[in-house]
Design a protein around this ligand. Structure first.
Ligand SMILES: [Fe+2]
Length: 265
């Protein structure tokens, strides 16, 4: 089984013909499925872009959402609309909605958006302010400490979902693939070949999810977990445990690419 992995494609900054060209390049790989790890578009154009992609590629697209997908909207509203779309569209599969996806006899797929949860790095001293904090309804108009609470809450939500879903997947399958937008470990939060610094880490990695993944896989040394994520636009592979690897994808605004063709056995 052959999957094409793409991430941080930001279709909203592309012309319609550039979008079509990119979709054709994916279709020409003849994938059995597409793995998409978020930052697909922005809220007002997200569903139209997802549908156009599915029409052009004609293969199941398993995806999670990134922070940009909520820009000019709210997290709750976008997730609800995308979940509804996923329930009625044969090819668009939003992973938090679909749960454990069996890919082969031995491998399953699960995923959640995740969120930079303010726990890694030095949130209190960080002067980083993201567009997230003015363009996403739930994150606007908050004090620095209210924002921290909200980021932790979003990280906890992702962790609670993955705790339940991953246990179920690992009880049935030897290998599990996780798609998430935000790197779950600081070691996977690449920036120009290095890991992110204390200024940026609070917003670019999700410690709560990372702690869960490490914990689960330490107890299951005979099983394998591969994580695919994006968000930093800088590529790297982090070997967290012998049975836990994290791939962070490269991306460039205006020039989406295929990050990897994954052979799943
Ligand atoms: Fe992002």
């Amino acid at each position: 089984m052959r999957a094409v992995w793409i991430t941080d494609i930001h279709l909203d900054v592309l012309s319609e013909s550039a979008c079509s060209g990119f979709f054709e390049s994916i279709a020409s790989q003849r994938p059995d499925e597409v793995f998409l790890t978020g930052d697909i578009s922005v809220a007002p154009s997200l569903l139209a872009h997802l549908r156009a992609m599915a029409d052009a590629i004609q293969a199941p697209i398993y995806f999670v959402l990134g922070n940009h997908d909520f820009y000019h909207g709210s997290i709750a509203t976008v997730r609800k609309a995308v979940s509804e779309c996923s329930r009625s569209h044969a090819l668009l599969q939003y992973l938090p909605e679909v749960g454990v996806v069996p890919l082969t006899k031995s491998t399953a797929l699960v995923g959640h958006d995740g969120w930079g949860d303010g726990r890694y790095g030095d949130y209190a001293r960080s002067s980083v302010r993201l567009s997230d904090h003015v363009l996403i309804e739930e994150l606007t108009g908050l004090t620095h400490s209210q924002l921290r609470q909200q980021l932790r809450h979003l990280g906890n939500e992702a962790t609670a979902y993955l705790r339940k879903t991953l246990r179920k997947a690992l009880d049935q399958f030897r290998r599990v693939i996780v798609l998430t937008h935000v790197p779950p470990f600081k070691e996977a939060c690449w920036y120009q070949g290095q890991v992110g610094n204390d200024e940026w880490l609070p917003f670019f990695a999700c410690q709560a999810v990372g702690d869960l993944l490490r914990n689960l896989m330490e107890k299951r040394p005979e099983q394998q977990l591969d994580v695919y994520c994006g968000h930093t636009h800088n590529p790297g592979t982090a070997h967290i445990l012998p049975n836990l690897k994290v791939f962070t994808g490269e991306a460039e605004y205006g020039a989406p690419q295929i990050n990897k063709v994954i052979e799943v056995d």
